[in-house]
Write a protein that binds this ligand. Structure first.
Ligand code: HEC
Ligand code: HEC
Length: 412
């Protein structure tokens, strides 16, 4: 047997995000054995104080992330929407499921994803999933944002900064001016000599600093009860264990089909609760939004080198990781749900009692009519018909919710 280097150490490479993901995918067959032998060895790596060591670039990125002068008007930082108290998700106090922007009365287009575990999101690619023996048709995986439209954290940060519905800066000149006046300007200059002199260079450097912070080890803590359970350091209650069983059972919840879990392995990186694939789940309309933008999801991606703009990918969104899901104030790309139990109940009854979810009387009412036939009606748990018993009963829904609550990392 070949002994692998611990995954956790590979994960520390600065640009290791993609490599780690492919390592996880490539290793999925043999890693259980490899992981088991790592675990048996007393030298197995532990998160130590040194893992918390923060480089100057990471520390700078953190200060930028919390800087509320980087919006127009001032007052909105990255953390206003990506709030540490909500696992770096949140609605910036809007109560609307999607976050408020820096200008009064503005709302962003989609709900805010958690930024924990971002380092594991791979770049967008189409490939045949080794685990999916039923399909030889390449499927999309990865890319940042709900629609996978970016492959680079360092570049995508311009989007919230310049988006009129988010931080509303006029242009990169305005952003560079703010960086020059920031209390961390000296640290910025030390890390990126000369960058502050030219807006393009300044914004590039800002992107690298934020990327360094967002992919640093503390942003992937693996400190939940479930992680302790994987490490054989905690036990699940009977209800949580039943929830995990239903979550994995392909004939019941079937959740793990997309929200990946490998609980036979003590390596928490293998249980990211997303395969980063795309799916049209048919989330209902967010009743709190009066103005609705049509949202076509993955097919909005403009990159012509990938087939992502084909019509078949309209209405598909990237599967979110469910780590820390209980800390989210709203759920789904459009923030339609405010209660975790409702999301699980939606999965259980979407096909059997559609009237409970689509108040307009039209199934999949938040999906443009042209794309409604693309919503998945073939998969467990939503492959039933009106009048059938729900895929999960009330106790089973409660068990899955109890299990999902074990995915919350310890507060720091
Ligand atoms: C007004 C609220 C708001 C602010 C401020 C904001 N974001 Fe976001 N962020 C969002 C929303 C909403 C999305 C999802 C957008 C989408 O998918 O189209 C998002 C997505 C992201 C993503 C992609 C996450 C993933 O899982 O793919 C990253 C990274 C990110 N934001 C970083 C930042 C950084 C860094 C800042 C500060 C420069 C910032 N955001 C400021 C609301 C905000
Ligand atoms: C076929 C793939 C697939 C299956 C099966 C699946 N999900 Fe999902 N899940 C998704 C996708 C894709 C989304 C995002 C949908 C959207 O925003 O429109 C999602 C969203 C969620 C969310 C909201 C998370 C957030 O950050 O907003 C929760 C909670 C969730 N799923 C739980 C479950 C549970 C529990 C099950 C099993 C009963 C399940 N999922 C089965 C793909 C799947």
């Amino acid at each position: 047997m070949r002994v692998r280097r611990p995954l956790r150490m590979r994960a520390r490479n600065r640009y290791g995000t993609r490599r780690l993901k492919s390592a996880v995918l490539a290793a999925s067959g043999s890693v259980l054995v490899a992981a088991a032998c790592l675990w048996a060895s007393p030298a197995a790596p532990q998160e130590t104080a040194s893992a918390e060591h923060v480089s100057a670039r990471t520390a700078l990125g953190r200060r930028i992330f919390f800087d509320a002068t980087l919006s127009e008007p001032h007052g909105t930082s990255c953390a206003s929407c990506h709030d540490p108290a909500h696992a770096y998700a949140g609605d910036h106090g809007s109560g609307a499921g999607v976050p408020a922007g820096s200008r009064p009365g503005t709302l962003a287009r989609r709900s805010t994803p958690s930024l924990y575990y971002l380092r594991y999101v791979p770049a967008l690619s189409f490939h045949v999933d080794e685990d999916d023996r039923r399909s030889h048709d390449p499927q999309p995986y990865g890319g940042y944002f709900w629609d996978g439209r970016s492959d680079s954290i360092a570049e995508l940060v311009r989007q919230p900064l310049l988006n009129a519905r988010e931080m509303n800066n006029r242009d990169i000149v305005q952003i560079a001016d703010k960086l020059r006046r920031a209390p961390y300007a000296r640290a910025f200059e030390a890390e990126f000599p000369g960058a502050l002199d030219a807006p393009e260079e300044a914004v590039k450097a800002l992107g690298l600093a934020l990327e360094s912070f967002l992919t640093s080890p503390p942003m992937a803590p693996f400190t939940s009860k479930f992680d302790d359970y994987l490490r054989r350091q905690a036990t699940l209650t009977a209800q949580e264990a039943e929830g995990l069983r239903l979550f994995k059972d392909p004939r019941r919840g079937n959740c793990a089909d997309c929200h990946t879990v490998r609980d036979a392995s003590p390596v928490p990186e293998l249980s990211l609760f997303s395969d980063y694939g795309y799916e049209a789940v048919g989330a209902p309309r967010n009743a709190r939004l009066h103005v609705r933008d049509e949202d076509r999801g993955l097919c909005e991606r403009t990159d012509t080198t990938k087939p992502s703009s084909e019509t078949r990918w309209c209405a598909s969104f990237r599967t979110p990781s469910l780590r820390n899901v209980a800390l989210r104030p709203s759920f789904m790309h459009n923030g339609a749900f405010t209660n975790l139990r409702d999301v699980v109940r939606f999965y259980a009854t979407r096909s059997t009692n559609p009237e409970q979810w689509y108040r307009s009387g039209v199934p999949f009412d938040d999906t443009a009519e042209a794309y409604r036939s693309l919503v998945n009606t073939a998969k467990v748990p939503y492959n039933r018909h009106p009048g059938d018993p729900p895929a999960l009963n009330d106790d089973e829904i409660d068990a899955i919710v109890a299990f999902l609550r074990t995915l919350t990392d310890r507060p720091r």
